[in-house]
Ligand binder design. Structure first.
Ligand SMILES: Nc1ncnc2c1ncn2[C@@H]1O[C@H](COP(=O)(O)OP(=O)(O)OP(=O)(O)O)[C@@H](O)[C@H]1O
Length: 484
């Protein structure tokens, strides 16, 4: 291969590069480069500045490697000649800076991966530690700009976590909430919340503070690659200069001893320097299996806060907000229907809104009727809502009275619990095909005569007390909406 000229080799490289990036980027970053020489399969190119070299290395390393492999073969190498301006006279002095010849990961080693090549993008941090001594202003925080506090609806389920997160966003590193450990089930808003902190810090402090969001999976992969390429110390160096380090889904560290050890050292260094550490996990620190005790105890140094499944009112408020963010207006009945049927997490609520949005725009529908919503979302609702379950009725009734659902299943004889229990039994008879015996079993194993007594008590009270009648009718209507 090296019997061609450097010009010809670089020309071939440019042809390939041109097909893989936008014309604007090609023009800005590649056209000004001059080929200098080609010796023993090492192509030297001249770039206008040190910064230029760093930029190419940071953003186009993978693409340049693959391109070189295509043009010069797998052992093709690239060397940069950086033009250094001398300040005392107008002469220029050329200095060569070697492109680090890291081995490519196996799947890219063939030099034939151009089709799948994508440029550096958030969510896919390409070795952010590639340049030793990287300036903080150049660190891509990898934050999603739509994950902000303004869009994070507050409810009982997240109040503590949200307010602590806001305090940290305003003054990172200076509170006792360090580390800040958020945990909770899937789709409950951990990523949104921890990224909101990062975005708040960026908003308040601009580039003064280096913020980095990374999933623990990416952290692990990068660390493994760093070890493979003898760049572990650069990896550590990079992480030690971060001011606000946000690591998502830390449970993935489970069983990865080397990564845990590395993270332990980074954690200590940052914590000692008063840098803020924010972590998320699907469970509480002590419940993560196969994590070193010394890390677990550090995770608990600051503040741990959990995110609960949102209660009905919060689900409703989230839906209202998501609908308006998406430019779709939904009636109270439709919002109520979704809030009652999508209970397990916020991601599902969002999914429901998006499905309705897609339906409305494809069908050119201006207003979504409850019946329509029910039809469109039918597949997404796990249980068939045409027959509401006894548990759901218990939920509706307890929501209404503001009591814990478990209470109606227990033996408690407190007046308000007894009343809620009797109404729930009455409505269970109205809305389900269940026998009196089955209904009784759902209410803490009571027998059928207790259920008969409850039903007749409710019917009697409805005839004698207007307030009682109204309550039962309201609940009846709510359940009816859910079974539309
Ligand atoms: N309180 C909230 N207000 C508004 N949107 C929310 C709220 N909680 C979660 N969301 C939205 O729900 C979706 C899922 O949230 P997120 O990805 O943060 O969950 P997660 O807990 O990190 O889930 P996983 O553990 O599966 O990664 C996101 O689009 C997020 O914006």
């Amino acid at each position: 291969m090296s019997n061609i000229s450097s010009e010809a080799a670089w020309e071939q490289c440019l042809e390939i590069i041109k097909d893989n990036i936008s014309y604007q980027k090609f023009k800005s970053w590649f056209q000004p480069i001059e080929p200098v020489k080609l010796e023993e399969n090492t192509l030297t190119i001249q770039v206008p500045s040190q910064f230029w070299y760093e930029w190419l290395e940071e953003h186009y390393y993978g693409m340049l490697r693959s391109t070189l492999a295509k043009v010069l073969g797998d052992d093709g190498k690239l060397e940069y000649s950086v033009v250094l301006e001398k300040s005392d006279d107008n002469n220029t002095d050329n200095r060569s800076v070697r492109l680090p010849q890291r081995p490519m990961p196996p799947e890219n080693n063939q030099g034939q991966e151009m089709k799948g090549y994508s440029e550096y993008s958030p969510g896919k941090i390409e070795n952010p530690f590639v340049i030793p001594g990287i300036q903080k202003t150049k660190i891509d925080s990898n934050l999603n700009s739509s994950y902000v506090f303004d869009r994070y609806i507050e409810g009982d389920c997240n109040r503590l976590a949200r307010s602590a997160a806001m305090a940290i966003g305003e003054n990172p590193g200076s509170s006792s909430f360090n580390p800040f450990f958020i945990y909770g089930g899937t789709g409950l808003g951990k990523t949104h919340l921890i990224q909101s902190i990062g975005n708040k810090v960026k908003q308040e402090h601009g580039n003064e503070l280096a913020v980095l969001y990374i999933s623990s999976e990416s952290f692990t992969n990068e660390f493994v690659q760093a070890i493979r390429n003898n760049r572990a110390s650069e990896f550590t160096m990079f992480y030690r200069q971060i001011d606000v380090l946000i690591v998502d889904d830390i449970q993935f560290f489970s069983g990865k001893e080397k990564t845990q050890e590395e993270f332990f050292h980074i954690f200590n260094a940052l914590h000692q320097d008063g840098k803020q550490i924010i972590l998320s996990s699907d469970r509480a620190p002590r419940e993560i299996p196969d994590i070193e005790e010394r890390l677990i105890s550090r995770f608990s140094w600051g503040l741990s806060a959990d995110l609960q499944i949102p209660e009905y009112e919060t689900r409703y408020a989230i839906l209202e907000r998501k609908a308006s963010d998406n430019g779709i207006e939904l009636s109270h009945q439709v919002l109520e229907f979704i809030a009652h049927n999508f209970k397990s997490n916020v991601r599902d609520l969002e999914g429901a809104i998006i499905k309705l949005l897609a339906f409305a725009s494809l069908q050119h529908v201006d207003e979504i009727e409850p019946q329509m919503a029910k039809r469109v979302l039918k597949d997404m609702i796990q249980e068939s809502q045409t027959t509401v379950s006894i548990e759901q009725i218990q939920d509706y009734v307890c929501d209404y009275f503001g009591i814990d659902t478990n209470k109606v299943r227990e033996k408690t004889r407190k007046q308000e619990i007894v009343e809620a229990r009797q109404i729930a039994m009455y409505l269970s008879k109205q809305f389900t095909d269940s026998s009196l015996k089955t209904i009784g079993l759902h209410f803490g194993g009571r027998d059928h005569s207790t259920v008969i007594h409850a039903i007749s008590t409710v019917e009697e009270r409805m005839q004698t007390t207007a307030k009682h009648k109204r309550i039962v009718e309201e609940l009846h209507q709510k359940i009816e909406v859910s079974t539309l």
